[in-house]
Design a protein around this ligand. Structure first.
Ligand code: FES
Length: 212
């Protein structure tokens, strides 16, 4: 029996069908796996590899390149505190220290109840609202020690479940609002882009052979 539940497996197959080459669905499938489990388990890596007909090492190698994928369990809420330049100048490092003390875990650690994991983040692309904190990739801007304490309290009490989904859920994987393109149109565009790329590579190869 596979690792993915039937709904996730169905969505994985739909995603794979969007691409001319199945392996192009590797990153979306990693997000799906995190949506199911909260992190990339060895079983999920195995299943993704089977679905895409590539090796588990290729899946793990790609996943390890991106910060958004976690190869170890993380808490229900992943708190990311930016300490890059704009946030650092606005107290980001002190804020990180404060959250670490508030949660009683070092950076990279998870609270004993499995509720929170704390990480230090590079620029989160919201520098004008520094210092910035993300929780499960949802933004909280211009944070102070008091507002971050309130945030942690509200998360622990389940008051923000409408705003912050469980870790691993990304809107990009399951878009239900905003601009939507028919699946057939997506497939057509990607197939044409792939054919154009292959044609350019073929012509470049011909040119190279002609010169030598
Ligand atoms: S430096 Fe923190 S969001 Fe850019």
């Amino acid at each position: 029996m596979g690792h993915f539940n039937s709904e996730v497996l169905q969505r994985a197959k739909e995603l794979i069908a969007l691409y001319p080459h199945p392996r192009s669905a590797l990153i979306p499938l990693c997000h799906l796996a995190q949506e199911q489990d909260g992190w990339l388990t060895p079983e999920a890596i195995e299943e993704i590899a089977q679905l895409l007909d590539i090796s588990p090492a290729e899946v793990a190698g790609t996943a390890s390149f991106y910060d958004m994928f976690h190869r170890k369990p993380v808490g229900r809420y992943l708190i990311s505190v930016c300490t890059n330049i704009a946030c650092m100048l606005s107290g980001g490092r002190e804020l990180l220290q404060h959250v670490s003390q508030r949660l009683g875990v070092a950076v990279g650690g998870t609270t004993a109840d499995g509720m929170f994991t704390l990480e230090e983040a590079e620029c989160l692309a919201d520098c004008g609202s520094a210092p910035v904190v993300q929780v499960n990739h949802r933004f909280f801007s211009a944070m102070t020690p008091d507002s971050v304490d309130q945030l942690v309290e509200d998360l622990a009490a389940g008051k923000l479940s409408d705003v912050v989904p469980p870790h691993g859920v990304l809107n990009r994987v399951k878009r239900e609002v905003g601009l939507q393109v028919p699946v057939e149109e997506l497939v057509r565009q990607r197939r044409e882009a792939s054919q154009a790329r292959e044609e350019r590579a073929r012509l470049a190869q011909q040119g190279q052979e002609g010169r030598s």
